[in-house]
Design a protein around this ligand. Structure first.
Ligand SMILES: C[S@@+](CC[C@H](N)C(=O)[O-])C[C@H]1O[C@@H](n2cnc3c(N)ncnc32)[C@H](O)[C@@H]1O
Length: 307
C-alpha cells in the first residue's frame, strides 16, 4: 500500500470508528478518537518487556543525538517547559529532562507510562499524563518546545496528530518529529524488500502478544543480527553500505535490535511518509523553517510554530 493510501486507510478507520478507543490500559480522559487501541496495547507490552534499562549510556546518548542533533536547544528560553508526546519507556525524556525546566511525558499506554515513571524516578521535573494525542491535557499555546519520536505514524490521522501537538506550542517554539520514511531515498529493490517484510508484519502483529514477542526475537537473531554485523564487516572492508538492509544497526547492541524487531513486526498500524509528504503535513499543521536531518533514522525534522 502506498503511503498516501495507508494514510487514507487510517483516516477511513477513524471515520468508521473502527480504531476508536476501547480503553486498552485504563481510562482515557477526553474521549480520544485519533488512537489505534490494539497498537497502543502492543506498545504497553513492548515497553514492559524492554524497559531500556540495560542499554549502556554511550549507546543511548548516540541514539538520542541521531534524532536531536537538529534540535535548536540554543533558541529555547531559560528553564523551558515542553512535552514528549508518546514517551514510551521515557528513554528520550531521560536525556531531555536534565536540560529543561519542566517536561510533560504523555503516552496513551498506561503500561508504557508506568515504565517511564520508573525510569524517570530521579527526575523531579517530569510530569506524567495518560492521554492520547488528540486529548493532550495542556493549555493551547503554552509550551516552549515539544517532540514526538516514532509515534504519529501509529495513529490513524497523522496530520491531525501533528496539528494537536502544534496547537500546544507557543508561537516560535520548536517541534521535533520523527516519522517512518517511505524508502523514498532508496532504490526500487529496497522498497520491494520492505513490501515483503510488511506482509510478514501484518501477520505477526495479529498474533497474541507472547507469540508476537517470540517471532520477533527469532527475526532479531536470524535476520537483524547477521545483516547488521555483515554491514559492519563490509564497511570495515571499505565497501559502501548505504543501501545494505539493516545497516543502521551495524554498531548497535543486540538489545536494540530485539526491541526494534518487536516494534517493527508487532505493531498493527504503521504508516510511512515521503520527505515531501512529511514537510507538507508539518506546514499544514502550522510549522515553518523546517529542517530535515540528512542522516538515518529517516525522516526526522524540526519545525518552528508560526508566529
Ligand atoms: C514506537 S513507541 C515510541 C516511544 C518513544 N517515543 C521512543 O521513541 O522511545 C510509540 C509510543 O506512542 C504511544 N502512542 C501510540 N498512539 C498514541 C496516541 N494516540 N497518543 C499518545 N501516545 C500514543 C505508544 O503507546 C508508544 O509508547
Amino acid at each position: 500500500m502506498s503511503p498516501r493510501s495507508q494514510q487514507r486507510e487510517g483516516q477511513r478507520q477513524l471515520m468508521n470508528g473502527t480504531t476508536k478507543s476501547k480503553d486498552p490500559g485504563g481510562n482515557f480522559p477526553g474521549n480520544p478518537v485519533n488512537i489505534a487501541t490494539d497498537t497502543v496495547a502492543g506498545f504497553g507490552d513492548e515497553w514492559t518487556r524492554f524497559d531500556q534499562t540495560s542499554i549502556g549510556d554511550a549507546e543511548i546518548r548516540a541514539l538520542f543525538e541521531a534524532y536531536f542533533w537538529i534540535f535548536p536547544w540554543q533558541n529555547l528560553p531559560s528553564n523551558p517547559t515542553g512535552f514528549d508526546l508518546g514517551c514510551g519507556s521515557g528513554r528520550w525524556a531521560k536525556q531531555v529532562a536534565p536540560r529543561v525546566g519542566h517536561l510533560h511525558c504523555i503516552d496513551a499506554s498506561a503500561e508504557a507510562l508506568a515504565v517511564a515513571k520508573r525510569n524517570l524516578d530521579n527526575q523531579k521535573n517530569c510530569e506524567f499524563h495518560h492521554a492520547s494525542v488528540d486529548a493532550i491535557p495542556l493549555p493551547d499555546n503554552s509550551m516552549d518546545f515539544g517532540f514526538s519520536l516514532g509515534v504519529l505514524h501509529h495513529v490513524p490521522d497523522t496530520l491531525g496528530g501533528i496539528r494537536s501537538c502544534v496547537t500546544k506550542l507557543k508561537p516560535g517554539a520548536p517541534f521535533l518529529l520523527y516519522l517512518y520514511y517511505a524508502f523514498d531515498n532508496r532504490p526500487f529493490w529496497f522498497r520491494c524488500l520492505w513490501r515483503a517484510s510488511d506482509a510478514l508484519r501484518k501477520v505477526v502483529s495479529r498474533l497474541p502478544h507472547g507469540l508476537r514477542y517470540l517471532v520477533s526475537q527469532v527475526f532479531a537473531l536470524t535476520v537483524y543480527y547477521p545483516l547488521a554485523r555483515s554491514a559492519l564487516i563490509l564497511e570495515k572492508c571499505g565497501i559502501a553500505i548505504r543501501n545494505f538492509p539493516l545497516y543502521y544497526y551495524r554498531n548497535l547492541s543486540f538489545y536494540v535490535m530485539r526491541t526494534d524487531a518487536l516494534d517493527r513486526f508487532g505493531t498493527r498500524l504503521e504508516q510511512r511518509f515521503t520527505r515531501k509528504q512529511m514537510r507538507e503535513m508539518m506546514v499544514e499543521a502550522g510549522l515553518e523553517d523546517i529542517v530535515f536531518s540528512d542522516k538515518a533514522p529517516y525522516w526526522c525534522a524540526v519545525g518552528i510554530k508560526s508566529r
